[in-house]
Design a protein around this ligand. Structure first.
Ligand SMILES: NC(=O)c1ccc[n+]([C@@H]2O[C@H](COP(=O)([O-])OP(=O)(O)OC[C@H]3O[C@@H](n4cnc5c(N)ncnc54)[C@H](OP(=O)(O)O)[C@@H]3O)[C@@H](O)[C@H]2O)c1
Length: 235
């Protein structure tokens, strides 16, 4: 299943993993709808809005943003086939002294926003007959290793959301994948020294995986993609 004629929404596509996924899907022929809080940065990378590219202002913390972006996408392209919920943050919210306000913001952006996006896009994804949802979760959604309890909680919730999408969408041809990478070389990990950036997963490689799973037929569903740059006993 190639991208031609299919419409993909990607949140947080200005840089990092989201931008690479947008590049990869564009190369496959998908029409792109990018939900970004800095449209000028998206224009600088992908060119001006128009034709088979929609660049729409999307602030994930705003609970009304998902519906507005989905509506704009339907108005422009009349269909939605792929939703990639990628935008996310990772402030440190430790169990011992984490600030509840930080936890609330993390929840709003990393969990509530993807939930609202799926909810808004579900009718169009059902209509597609081969809808695809990729949530960019994390290995922190599969196990607890570091001390960022807030992030670990959110990413576990995001993996659960992805499985809920499979449950609800299956009979309608919707297939969902929770993408669970370890360290990826992006701005998000710029402060990390172990591993060094050149030993982290390249976001381009994640983008190749996403392009592959969203292009598979309904009969080849990949529920979770666990991608690591280093050895871990279980993953
Ligand atoms: N890097 C890793 O090691 C790693 C590992 C596992 C999972 N992940 C997940 O992968 C996803 C992308 O991360 P990344 O590494 O590519 O990070 P990144 O380089 O920091 O990029 C984050 C993207 O999310 C957007 N964003 C952040 N807050 C937003 C908001 N409130 N509303 C709308 N957009 C917002 C950013 O927009 P601006 O450009 O406007 O700031 C940017 O496009 C995140 O969900 C992250 O948790 C990352």
């Amino acid at each position: 299943m190639r991208g031609s004629g299919r419409v993909a929404m990607i949140s947080g596509a200005t840089r990092g993993i989201g931008a690479e996924i947008a590049d990869a899907l564009r190369a496959e022929g998908y029409t792109l709808s990018l939900g970004v809080r800095r449209p000028e940065a998206a224009r600088a990378r992908f060119g001006p809005d128009g034709g088979d590219l929609l660049i729409f202002p999307y602030e994930a913390a705003d609970a009304s943003a998902a519906r507005a972006w989905v509506e704009a996408t339907r108005m422009r392209f009349d269909r939605i086939d792929v939703l990639v919920a990628n935008a996310g943050i990772a402030p440190f919210v430790g169990l011992e002294d984490g600030d509840p306000a930080d936890l609330d913001r993390l929840f709003a952006i990393d969990v509530r926003a993807p939930f609202l996006l799926v909810q808004a896009a579900l009718p169009a994804l059902k209509a597609s007959g081969a809808g695809r949802v990729v949530t960019v979760a994390s290995l922190s959604g599969k196990r607890v290793m570091g001390l960022n309890a807030g992030y670990q909680m959110m990413k576990h919730a995001l993996v659960a959301l992805s499985h809920a999408v499979r449950r609800v969408g299956w009979e309608h041809g919707i297939r969902a994948t929770a993408l669970c990478p370890g360290f990826v070389a992006t701005d998000l990990t710029a402060h990390v020294t172990d591993p060094q950036p050149d030993a982290m997963t390249d976001p381009k490689d994640l983008a190749r995986l996403v392009a592959t799973v969203v292009g598979l037929p309904n009969t080849a569903s990949v529920a979770e993609l666990l991608v690591n740059c280093r050895y871990e006993h279980m993953l």
